[in-house]
Design a protein around this ligand. Structure first.
Ligand code: 5AD
Ligand code: SF4
Length: 462
């Protein structure tokens, strides 16, 4: 693994200044997960570093970039829909540069399709190419190449200090590792984001300190599998050690992290969460399904019992710990029995939140080759039953919170007039009437009631 430093590209900045009378505008839209959103923030950082301004309407843009997601087919279709809609704009405005990057751009069949059927797409580069964007734009703007469609390639490098334009002034994403080595059989991520690579702890700490100094209150550590942080580094460090190191930074903030693979979530990690007040007592622990047979088919490498043992240990060790999870419905060969086991599991754990997905076949994964006789109708029926069950569980969980006084980070406006909305440690939202000046600050709130799965409260003057 090579570690590189990003350098300001003087030549690119000069070229942009020479070509455009006023700063050109870029519209950057990210689809998909937080990792992608964070990549989008860096893309914006790199563009502003060479003189672009940012805009929020494609019509105003000189450069349009879609930072794409490949995890489910629906996300891909949306991107193609969006790209297709730009054809007319490009005809009206021939100087417009249209680009596509992110996970879809790391699939050869997508690049081939763009090459063949989308002649007005000028620029394609993958997830590892953000730091190369200034040079790609130079080639395009200087007319050296008409189209630049990079073939998917994984670079065994980590580029530090890429400029960033963060979307929030109080909540930040902080990647600690990239890629995934797990090869769950349904998942495209290891193919598009490549092998796991961890950032050095000193680089993470430096970025973390910068965020705390800039007043960030919530810092979410990101990785496809944060629990395997440290693998392959020269230093001897694991994820729990990293958390402890970050918690030594003085300041008023809290830390979240995602995603934890249950097979690697250690007791040491649970003990660390219990011991460090700045770590949220909420764990996102995707189980995917509740059937041992399907878990094996998915290559998840844990059993339902092992998962439940971990949950039980966390409950014993961390008072008031809460959980959320991802569930896939309709994995190839899922029977009614398998699905019933999933329903039983979610009842047993009592998740605060579930992120639920109908299985989506991804070309190139092992599951794509498995027989999948279940009809779409059966799958959507199961999804409805799952959602109904979870809704009831979540309502019970939310109602149990009423009466407590909690500290929340105020995130924005609420739905009802004059209210603002904050997030609890356990990821639930509470709405209460108070001055919007509190947005971005911590507040103490007494929980007085509920509206569906949203809590209602009163600002505490205590
Ligand atoms: N189909 C449906 N859901 C998927 N996920 C990943 N791959 C697929 C797929 N092919 C879900 C998993 C994962 C979450 C980020 O996306 O539940 O945890
Ligand atoms: Fe995909 Fe599994 Fe890796 Fe998560 S752990 S990114 S589901 S392969």
């Amino acid at each position: 693994m090579k570690f590189l430093e990003f350098k300001h590209d003087v030549a690119a900045a000069q070229l942009v200044a020479r070509i455009y009378d006023t700063p050109p505008l870029a519209f950057v839209h990210s689809f998909g997960c937080q990792q992608n959103v964070n990549d989008g923030e860096r893309i914006k950082g790199v563009l502003t570093d060479i003189g672009y301004g940012l805009c929020d309407k494609p019509d105003d843009a000189d450069l349009i970039l879609f930072n794409t997601c490949a995890v489910r087919e629906h996300a891909e279709q949306r991107v193609f829909g969006n790209v297709g809609a730009l054809k007319a704009l490009k005809e009206k405005k021939p100087g417009l540069i249209i680009g596509l990057c992110g996970c879809m751009a790391n699939q050869q069949h997508i690049v081939d399709k763009l090459r063949k059927s989308y002649p007005y797409v000028d620029l394609v580069f993958g997830v590892d190419g953000i730091d190369t964007l200034p040079q790609l734009l130079v080639q395009k703007l200087a007319g050296q190449k008409k189209r630049i469609l990079m073939d998917p390639a994984q670079r065994p490098v980590i580029v530090e200090n890429i400029p960033i334009r963060r979307e929030s002034e109080f909540r930040a994403w902080l990647p600690i590792m990239y890629g995934c080595d797990n090869f769950c059989t349904y998942c495209i991520v290891p193919y598009v984001r490549g092998r796991e690579k961890s950032r050095k702890s000193a680089d993470i700490l430096a970025e973390f300190k910068g965020l705390v100094a800039a007043g960030y209150k919530e810092i979410t550590l990101l990785g496809q599998n944060v629990n395997s942080y440290g693998k392959g580094l020269e230093e001897e460090i694991d994820f729990s050690d990293l958390l402890k190191l970050l918690c030594t930074v003085p300041g008023d903030y809290h830390i979240r992290f995602m995603t934890s693979h249950p097979k690697d979530a250690s007791r040491k990690l649970i003990d660390t969460i219990a011991a460090e007040p700045r770590l949220c007592k909420h764990i996102h622990l995707p189980v995917q399904c509740g059937s041992d047979r399907l878990l094996a088919e998915m290559n998840r490498r844990y059993t339902v019992q092992q998962y439940l043992d971990l949950i039980e240990y966390a409950r014993k060790t961390i008072p008031d710990v809460t959980f959320s999870s991802d569930i896939i419905v309709g994995f190839p060969g899922e029977t009614e029995e398998d699905f019933a086991a999933t329903l039983r599991l979610i009842e047993q754990v009592g998740y605060m939140q579930l992120f639920t997905f109908i299985y989506s076949k991804r070309e190139g994964t092992k599951a794509a080759l498995m027989p999948d006789p279940t009809t779409r109708k059966e799958k959507t029926d199961r999804m409805e039953r799952l959602l109904k069950t979870q809704e009831r569980i979540a309502m019970e969980k939310v109602t149990q919170q009423v009466g407590q006084t909690v500290r929340v980070l105020v995130e924005g406006y609420g739905r009802s007039e004059g209210s603002i909305s904050g997030r609890l440690d356990n990821n639930l939202t509470v709405e209460f009437k108070a001055d919007p000046l509190l947005i971005g600050e911590y507040a103490r709130v007494r929980l007085t009631g509920t509206r569906a799965t949203v809590l209602l409260g009163e600002l505490c003057r205590c």
